[in-house]
Every structure is written in C-alpha cells, then in structure tokens.
Design a protein around this ligand. Structure first.
Ligand code: CA
Length: 231
C-alpha cells in the first residue's frame, strides 16, 4: 500500500510541484492550504508523513506541529522559508523530525522523506507491545490505528478514544459517568447520552460491520467490552 503524505503549504505552486513529484515517486498525496485545515486532516491519523510549511495562514507551522505531537508521532518535515537558524531550532523544538530550507532541491527532500519513513517503519516494528488485541480486533496506541482482520477501521478521534478506554478496561462494566470522565474529560458539559451515541457509532463500524459483539449493553448501568479471543 502506498504511503500517504500530507502537504501543508499555502503556496499553491510549491504544493502542486511537491504533489507531482511525490506522486511520481509512488506516494499518495493530500494537500492542505492552511494550518488549521492541515491539523484537522492530520487528526484522522492515517497519514504516514507530513511536509509542513512554517509560515501558514490561520495557524503557524510551529503551532500545527505542537498540536499534532499531542496525539501522533507521525514524521514531520518542516519547510522553512529562510535560512534562519532560529526557525530551525523552533521547528525541531516543536517536535518536527527534520527540516528543509526553501528553495530546496527536490532530491534532497525525497531523500529525507525516505529516511523519515524508514525510521518510522523500524520504530513501529519495535513497539508491537503498544497494541491491544481482542480476537481479530487490534488497536495500535502509537499509530492510533484500529484494524479488524487486517482491514483498517476508520474512527474519529472520539470514537478511537472511547474504544481505547473500553479495550483497556476489558471485562469491566463501565457506566456513562465513568466513560464521560475518562473519554470526554471532567470538564465535559452536556448530556451523558453522548456516550450512547458514540457506542452506536463504534458498533456500526465494528460489531455490525464484522458480525461480532464486542460491546455489550448492561441495562441500566452502562457498557462492557468483552474480549473475544475466538473472533
Ligand atoms: Ca508559506
């Protein structure tokens, strides 16, 4: 499967040029033209590498990088507009893996992309213990990725958080208050029925889709994730 690269770059000429070059190399490519939409796209957690421009509208590259690092270890290569050492330091401080100065030689950037992807593949292999498994359902905590029988299950961030909490507490009955506290946070204001809604989403994406029943309802109490080693 082709590795997916997200380009966050407001200069459309550069973004377009990168897209063509990367596609030519066999990568899947997506583009976001400002910091905020780039961050939103990254939150889906299905990107293998991010090329991030430093100077961006709506949210700076530094801020985007900081926020991505709160939920993901995806390799980030920063593009700095000027050969300014302080930009590089700030970029690396905010969690970028590498940087390339504009104007850059495409060969150099491609080489750095290959290095970053290889490094990531190796570290992924080392962290197999970072997964929770139940039958054919596998949740990878580092990649924030869920698969069933090898097929990726695409979850929103909240759905993922909820599934993670359920799987970490397999076999324990969890009431709505507990789910709210641990998945939505203590400061959540709103109806605890939101848990029912998200349980329904998870069921439709996993239980119903694959004809299994991991998530059981305990009437009047809450929910329980039942381990299904046989599945
Ligand atoms: Ca820019």
């Amino acid at each position: 499967m082709a590795e997916r690269i997200l380009i966050i770059e407001d200069e459309s000429k550069i973004a377009r040029f990168l897209e063509l070059e990367l596609k030519h190399e066999g990568y899947e490519v997506e583009i976001a033209y400002d910091g905020r939409s780039g961050l939103e796209r990254a939150e889906k957690n299905d990107i293998d590498l991010i090329i991030l421009d430093l100077m961006l509208p709506l949210m700076s590259g530094i801020e985007v990088c900081r926020r991505i690092r709160k939920f993901s270890d995806v390799p980030i290569i920063m593009l700095t507009a000027k050969d300014d050492i302080s930009d590089k330091v700030t970029g690396l401080d905010s969690g970028a893996d590498d940087y390339v100065t504009k104007p850059f030689a495409i060969e150099e950037l491609l080489a750095r992309i290959r290095v970053a992807l290889k490094r990531r593949a190796m570290s992924t292999r080392d962290t197999n213990s970072e997964t929770i498994t139940s039958g054919k359902l596998v949740l990878n905590k580092l990649q924030h990725k869920v698969t069933y029988d090898g097929e990726e299950v695409f979850l929103s961030k909240k759905e993922y958080d909820l599934l993670l909490y359920l799987m970490e507490n397999k076999g324990i009955v969890l009431d709505r208050e507990k789910l709210i506290e641990n998945v939505w946070g203590y400061d959540f204001i709103g109806d605890t029925n939101v848990t029912d809604v998200y349980i329904r989403y998870l069921r439709s994406k996993i239980d119903q889709k694959y004809g299994v029943s991991f998530i059981k309802t305990i009437r009047g109490v809450g929910y329980i994730f039942e381990d299904q080693a046989e599945n």
